[in-house]
Design a protein around this ligand. Sequence first.
Ligand SMILES: *Cc1c(COP(=O)(O)O)cnc(C)c1O
Length: 351
Amino acid sequence: MSKFWSPEVRELTPYVPGEQPRERLIKLNTNENPYPPAPGVEQALRDYPLDHLRLYPDPEAAALREALADEFGVETEQVFVGNGSDEVLALSFQTFFRQDKPLTMPAITYSFYPVYCRLYGIDYRTIALDDRWRIPLQALDGESGGVVFANPNAPTGHGHGRRAIAELLERVSDCVVLVDEAYVDFGGETAIPLIQHHSNLLVTGTFSKSRSLAGLRLGYAVGSRELIEGLERVKNSFNSYPIDSLAIVAGVAALRDREHFDACRERIISTREQTRRRLETLGFEVLPSQTNFLLVRHGQQDAGQLFTGLRERGILVRHFNTEALHDFLRITIGTDDEMDSLVEALEAICH
Ligand SMILES: *Cc1c(COP(=O)(O)O)cnc(C)c1O
């Protein structure tokens, strides 16, 4: 605490990201991809003329937005890009959710959303998940300043199909509905086609998980022109160049390689389902997942002790110290070898 801080800064409770350890651990705590980015990314970075780093990047990041527009079958003007989807989310909260009515979000979802609410002074209310840890979409109504949730949701892993999102949009048309699709490539269904008929739908996504580029910081939003124009206004009042020149070429190269993308996500999905069966054999309850992580709990073992036991064996997972989630561990899907080590370590701890 310092007297030099603005009053609001004294009141902030920042988001705490998963640990990035300096020692070599099997890292299953922040949902990174265990496989390298597409080979074309390395080539694009090698080919980049270093002399061009003298110049500011394209403030519009046009090449990247065009590549994303191609990928999703939309117009370039329907795509916004940012320095990680966290930045895109922050700008979205500022652009759309500072309303008289409170924002609505599920009680369990990405824990950065309440942090943005406090940063921007946004009032919010939460909707409890149902008894199977799903977001009850029918409980989200139009009497809000906005609606936000992750789909598939984090850290539960459950995802709703496009049809369910369409039904929500039939009811909620007077405020922005933000669907955070950080994990959609691991078995979810994207809502992006719905933007053509719903000007209040904003879908965000990231290169951090399914495209193995968490270190590059690239995220995007897809929505109607009016929503994207609003985001541009706020972005251009804050930072004209959130995407650097190297990130633009690397992002374009990552989007070009569909084969690598499909191969990596299929491997992760198959490893996930194999890991699910092995953990169930060890006595874990494993929630269904359309993501690159599993949320698990053990009837007899304390999650905090499991976390510590794994850490002692060189494996890092995520334990949330909240009332709703303290029985659970969230385990990122790594390579098959990494999951072998995880299962062996859990066997040793449980016996
Ligand atoms: C990882 C994650 C993000 C942030 O992704 P970045 O693009 O790396 O900032 C956003 N939303 C959810 C739900 C996530 O899990």
